[in-house]
Design a binder for this molecule. Structure first.
Ligand code: TTP
Ligand code: MG
Length: 458
């Protein structure tokens, strides 16, 4: 732990949804859900207006549609737009310090001590946080972020979450435990559902409860490395360095079990939860990958990996889990497994599109008429060539009507709202899906939008 609060953590607010509201003025102040819009889609994020109705990340889009009122926009992802906005934010962070560690598209740590010019007093870093937030909102056309500043990565990350959205929390040196101990243990990184459940069973709910446990107790509960890690975190002991990004080649997660496991159902559930974590990290960094790898270590410490390369890139937890489960059945669990890992490699950045890979394993969507607003009854869709498959949220340009985005499609028609980040909310027009004047477009340019926070237009 440092003597000064010199680690800053930034996490943008409802990031994908905030970019959508910036680029689509008619959606500002309204519930917006971004994710897979097909029959098996999953929510990537929901605007705070949609969270008020119970929409959440990782929920099925079908469930989010049930919870949200009509008028809610359900949009596929526009990763090129998210990445461009992320790049602007990351470059602002690099102006603060040469040591910036991006943790995902919308999240990064900054080591303020790596730049000599900063006043690292509590007042000094508070001012740095305040100015940073202003500059981010101005440079991104109104996307806001929450900042936490503290003596370690742990405290900085806890801080950025405490006053979300648009928050700024500085945890002064010496006050770490005051902030940390009342929080639920699940707020510590590395306490997943399984560990949380075991901690609950011994009466540990808050980080303070955890700090009251002895090191041998925690080692018995979670194994040597993990137990010692929890013991340290409960005391706010964290000296992890801020390390600049070296480029990701794969994303994986592994677990060592307390005792060797043979039961396929139990191991299958472990795979599901690891696949969900891997998928979440892929999605948060807008990567997807083609090769799924299962790593296993047997009771006798022999370690092997099995891989399968899919026909398409995926970041879908079900696809990853199904593939990994199949690899496990092939490898066998004889004698028991002490470690299991799930990984995805062969990564590429998403192009543009509703690419929340939904039907890679053949379970096709019921081809509904998809609109940004609601899930209508299944309507047989007119067969269109691939380049004519419009999806809700997509950027388009019409030679006569100008720039806009797809609100709905189906029955050989496409509904487009003609507006952009720098216009007032625009009109909706229904066109033939094969209108030769309508083409997919690049994300609109928000950069001269005049800065300032988003207006609440209705
Ligand atoms: P988060 O920072 O976890 O979420 P958020 O920015 O939407 O909301 P907030 O920080 O205000 O709570 O994730 C950043 C982006 O990563 C998010 O906008 C969408 C993407 N993401 C997924 O694609 N799938 C997920 O399960 C999660 C959690 C995020
Ligand atoms: Mg965020």
């Amino acid at each position: 732990m440092r003597r000064e609060a010199s680690v800053l953590h930034l996490d943008l607010d409802a990031f994908f949804a905030a970019v959508e509201q910036r680029d689509k003025p008619s959606l500002r102040g309204r519930p917006v859900v971004v994710g897979g819009v097909g029959g098996r889609g999953v929510v990537a994020t929901a605007s705070y207006e949609a969270r008020a109705f119970g929409a959440r990340s990782a929920m099925s889009t079908a469930e989010a549609r049930r919870r949200c009122p009509s008028g809610t926009a359900f949009l596929g992802g526009r990763f090129a737009a998210y990445r461009a906005t992320s790049d602007v934010v990351m470059s602002l962070l690099r102006e603060l310090s040469p040591l910036v560690e991006p943790a995902s598209l919308d999240e990064a740590y900054v080591d303020l001590a790596a730049d000599e010019g900063h006043d690292l007093s509590v007042e000094g870093v508070t001012e740095i946080g305040r100015r940073l937030k202003e500059r981010i909102a101005a440079a991104t056309g109104g996307v806001t972020g929450s900042v936490g500043i503290g003596t370690s990565k742990l405290m900085a990350k806890i801080g950025s979450d405490l006053q979300k959205p648009d928050g700024l929390v500085v945890v002064p040196p010496g006050r770490e435990l005051e902030v940390l101990h009342p929080l639920p243990v699940t707020r510590l990184g590395g306490v997943g559902p399984a560990t949380a459940e075991r901690l609950h069973q011994i009466g540990v709910k808050t980080v303070g409860d955890l700090a009251a446990k002895s090191l041998p107790d925690l080692v018995a509960l979670a194994g040597r490395a993990h137990g010692a890690g929890l013991f340290a975190l409960a005391r706010a002991e964290d000296d992890r360095a801020v390390v600049p990004d070296r480029g990701v080649k794969s994303v994986s997660h592994e677990e060592t079990f307390e005792r060797d496991l043979t039961d396929l159902d139990v191991l299958g559930r472990e795979i599901d939860s690891m696949a969900a974590r891997v998928a979440k990290r892929l999605q948060a960094s807008a990567f997807s990958g083609r090769t799924v790898t299962l790593k296993l270590r047997r009771y006798d410490f022999t370690t092997l990996t099995r891989s399968q390369t899919l026909p398409h890139s995926t970041d879908d937890s079900r696809t990853i889990a199904t593939t990994a489960r199949r690899l496990l059945v092939e490898a066998g669990t004889q004698g028991g497994l002490r470690l299991l890992g799930v990984g995805v490699s062969g990564l590429s950045v998403y192009a543009q599109g509703d690419l929340f890979a939904e039907d890679l394993l053949g379970e096709a969507d019921p081809a509904p008429e998809a609109t940004a607003e609601e899930a209508p009854e299944a309507v047989p869709e007119v067969e269109l060539p691939v380049e004519r498959r419009w999806w809700p949220g997509q950027d388009v340009r019409h030679e006569e009507l100008g720039a806009g985005w797809v609100w709905g499609r189906g029955l050989g028609r496409v509904t487009v709202r003609f507006e952009g980040p720098r216009t007032a909310p625009g009109p909706v027009r229904t066109l033939a899906a094969d209108d030769p004047l309508l083409t997919p477009a690049d994300p609109p340019d928000w950069s001269q939008a005049g800065g300032g926070p988003l207006q609440e237009d209705r």
